[in-house]
Design a protein around this ligand. Structure first.
Ligand code: RIB
Length: 305
């Protein structure tokens, strides 16, 4: 059976400046290096899933501009089905301005453009694509009503939903109750639960709260430390892989894409999280969002050790 992953979400062009340190408000810093790379949390997840071995269909909106053309060409090169990527006549493609400091820290500002116009009608038109998918993977760079509509369609089609609640925002109970796997980082977990995640104990507390809110499985991504997994059966940390970070942008997106693939192959939850940790670890050793997503053989090599 093909491992068909349906990713719904944003596509951006990332304009990245590498600096010694991040600028303070009002400050100008010279001496940076400029790079353009394909990005957007949804597109990053789609590319990560495709390179990890999934058969990916992407639902998104891009503008009728050069950035949209380049994004679609990139998806095609990774073997992603782009038949449900809509070319928006009114809004430009999404753009993200990203500063990356020497220590790997970053800050990002996004002009959503066409991503903000991905509508419930767009996902409803794509209803046939839900049937038989191994997972629907989403994030929060497109309107919440669209995420909700997709979660409802996934529930009707009995397809598990993996939701990366990034960028952080409060979520309605009716969405959380439809999420099979929620994958917040520390900041997002804090916003959703009110628990400040600083160690394993607080990660466990936040995860328990997410389960109470209706999520079936909570996986808290904790950067280099790995991921804390909580479900009805298990509560434990899956340690991360030690690497030298260059750029942590998109590590979470790569984690989610790889996780969906591993689960779709029927791997047990903790093994799937280890696979996703390995993919994310490789991604932080490289600059750029989609350029950093590893191929399956690289992930397998790191997992084997
Ligand atoms: O998660 C990283 C992504 O966030 C970047 O690629 C940027 O486009 C923003 O959407």
């Amino acid at each position: 059976m093909p491992n068909r992953i349906l990713v719904i979400g944003s596509s951006n062009t990332d304009m990245i400046i590498q600096l010694d340190r991040l600028p303070r408000p009002g400050e100008t810093i010279l001496g940076g290096e400029f790079v353009t790379a394909a990005g957007g949390k949804g597109a990053n997840q789609a590319v990560a899933a495709a390179r990890a071995g999934g058969q990916v269909t992407f639902i998104a909106r891009v503008g009728q501009d050069m950035f949209g053309n380049q994004a679609i060409a990139g998806f095609r090169r990774d073997g992603i089905d782009v038949s449900l990527v809509v070319r928006d006549r009114q809004a430009p493609s999404g753009v993200a301005l990203i500063f990356v400091a020497k220590d790997g820290e970053n800050c990002i500002a996004v002009a959503s453009g066409a991503n903000g116009r991905l509508s419930p009608a767009d996902v409803r038109k794509a209803k046939p694509a839900f049937a038989g998918a191994s997972a629907v993977v989403m994030q929060l760079e497109t309107p919440l009503e669209t995420v909700l509509a997709a979660a409802e369609l996934a529930a009707k089609a009995h397809v598990p939903v993996i939701l990366n609640p990034a960028p952080a925002q409060p979520l309605p109970a009716k969405l959380l109750s439809r999420v099979s796997i929620l994958t917040p980082n520390e900041t997002e977990a804090d916003l959703l639960t009110g628990v400040k995640v600083t160690d394993d104990a607080t990660a466990a507390q936040a995860a328990a709260k997410l389960l109470q809110l209706g999520v079936q499985t909570a996986i808290l991504t904790l950067g280099a430390r790995g991921a804390f997994v909580a479900s009805a059966e298990v509560r434990q940390l899956v340690p991360g892989f030690k690497v030298k970070p260059v750029d942590t942008v998109a590590a979470g997106d790569v984690f989610n894409g790889a996780l969906a693939v591993a689960l779709g192959e029927g791997r047990p939850l903790l093994d799937a999280v280890r696979f996703a940790n390995a993919a994310a670890a490789i991604s932080v050793t490289r600059l750029g969002a989609q350029p950093s997503a590893p191929k399956r053989r690289e992930i397998e090599r790191l997992v084997r050790g």
